[in-house]
Write a protein that binds this ligand. Structure first.
Ligand code: PLP
Length: 368
């Protein structure tokens, strides 16, 4: 085992112990670990992409490994069991489900579908938006709405921004990169209003880090609602590329018809991973708890260092680097991958909540 991998494994143990958390053998931390296992030339700490540092779970790895020998078979006719399992989880029908190679694929497909009319869509200025560029290049107009003073998506202004040619509105809940959450009641009343005019897309990539229920329960009675989910975050499967959407059957048919082999583009191993991940609720529960502990601890330390932070409901923290002009240089020096400035005013940036050991290194880097 390379020396720095050994060191990392030790640090994981120390970091957890520091938080009063026993290192968990049931976690795959000793297996998945730093990405140097796959990329030996890169031993930097990745706090850039909101990945789950503890996953995938051992049960998921076992399921994927067992499925590898079936890789000679096309997957398209076998994804129905996954669709049925997802449907059951959300108390919906398989006809409400569309599976994709990561949720980015669904976001891209729906944008191209609604963008066909060359009208417009409404989105917050600071949110997850890289999926819209292809539709925009083809003539779909993006109407952006600034965040409010609390760095929340401004629902009233988003509603007012809808024009006669607007056919879609995107909300990310919790929002990436700010980590803010639209409470359920407020969201439901917004969906009721907005879907009278447009299709509302709710991206719930990080909702599993909260206690809030999915808005998916509204799908059977709302033809203008799409809920987008992913296995990339709390399930620890970003590299397996698997996500899904929940929507009314009529909309599922329309969007599925825009691609070849709808539901069939995920690998046999990814399908097995998703099935096992949905079963392993002990793993996701533990990841949620660990994330909350490490996030709280990191935020407290950032605040002590005089970084203004936005309360987070996710596995990342949004904070201002305005008073810390050397922040990005400090990260670079410590070989930590962060992100960039999302909002120039206040110089707001985001950091993913890694393991306790990783965040200890992060805090040490920005304190120096
Ligand atoms: C809000 C949000 N939605 C979707 C995605 C895409 O995830 P994936 O394509 O891995 O499912 C991300 C990735 O970071 C995200 O932050």
């Amino acid at each position: 085992m390379p020396a720095n991998r050994r060191t990392w494994l030790k640090q994981i143990g120390w970091g957890m112990a520091g938080l009063g958390i026993a290192p968990l053998q049931s976690f795959a931390v000793t297996e998945s670990g730093p990405h140097e296992a796959l990329f030996p030339q890169d031993d930097s700490i990745r706090l850039s992409s909101n990945e789950n540092p503890y996953g995938p779970s051992p049960a998921v790895i076992a399921a994927m490994t067992a499925a590898l020998s079936l890789s000679n078979r096309y997957n398209w006719q076998y994804s129905s069991d996954l669709m049925a399992t997802i449907a059951k989880k959300h108390q919906l029908d398989p006809g409400n489900i569309m599976i994709s190679a990561g949720s980015t694929e669904i976001l891209d497909l729906q944008a191209r579908y609604f963008g066909e009319a060359k009208g417009s869509f409404v989105i917050s200025e600071t949110t997850y938006s890289n999926w819209s560029s292809i539709a925009e290049n083809a003539g779909y107009k993006k109407i952006t709405v600034p965040l409010n003073a609390e760095k929340k998506q401004d629902l009233a202004s988003m509603l007012s921004a809808i024009r006669t040619d607007t056919n879609m509105l995107y909300l990310c809940n919790p929002n990436n990169p700010t980590g803010t959450l639209i409470p359920d009641r407020e969201l439901v009343s917004f969906i009721t209003e907005a879907t009278k005019k447009v299709t509302v897309v709710i991206d719930e990539a990080y909702l599993d880090y909260t206690e809030q229920s999915s808005a998916a329960r509204l799908v059977p009675n709302n033809k203008n609602l799409i809920i987008v989910k992913t296995f990339s975050k709390i399930y620890g499967l970003a590299g397996a590329r698997i996500g899904y959407a929940l929507m009314h059957e009529e909309l599922t048919e329309k969007i599925s018809s825009t691609k070849t082999w709808a539901n069939g583009d995920i690998s046999v191993a990814s399908r097995a991973a998703a099935m096992a991940a949905l079963q392993d609720t002990a793993f996701t529960k533990k990841c949620r708890e660990l994330n909350e502990q490490v996030r709280t601890d990191t935020m407290r330390q950032l605040q002590q260092l005089n970084f203004a932070c936005i309360p987070s409901f996710s596995n990342f923290i949004y904070f201002s680097t305005e008073k810390h002009k050397t922040y990005f240089e400090q990260l670079k020096r410590s070989r930590i991958q962060g992100t960039y400035v999302y909002e120039k005013a206040g110089e707001w940036t985001r950091i993913t909540v890694g393991t306790a050991a990783e965040m200890k290194q992060f805090i040490a880097a920005v304190s120096s």
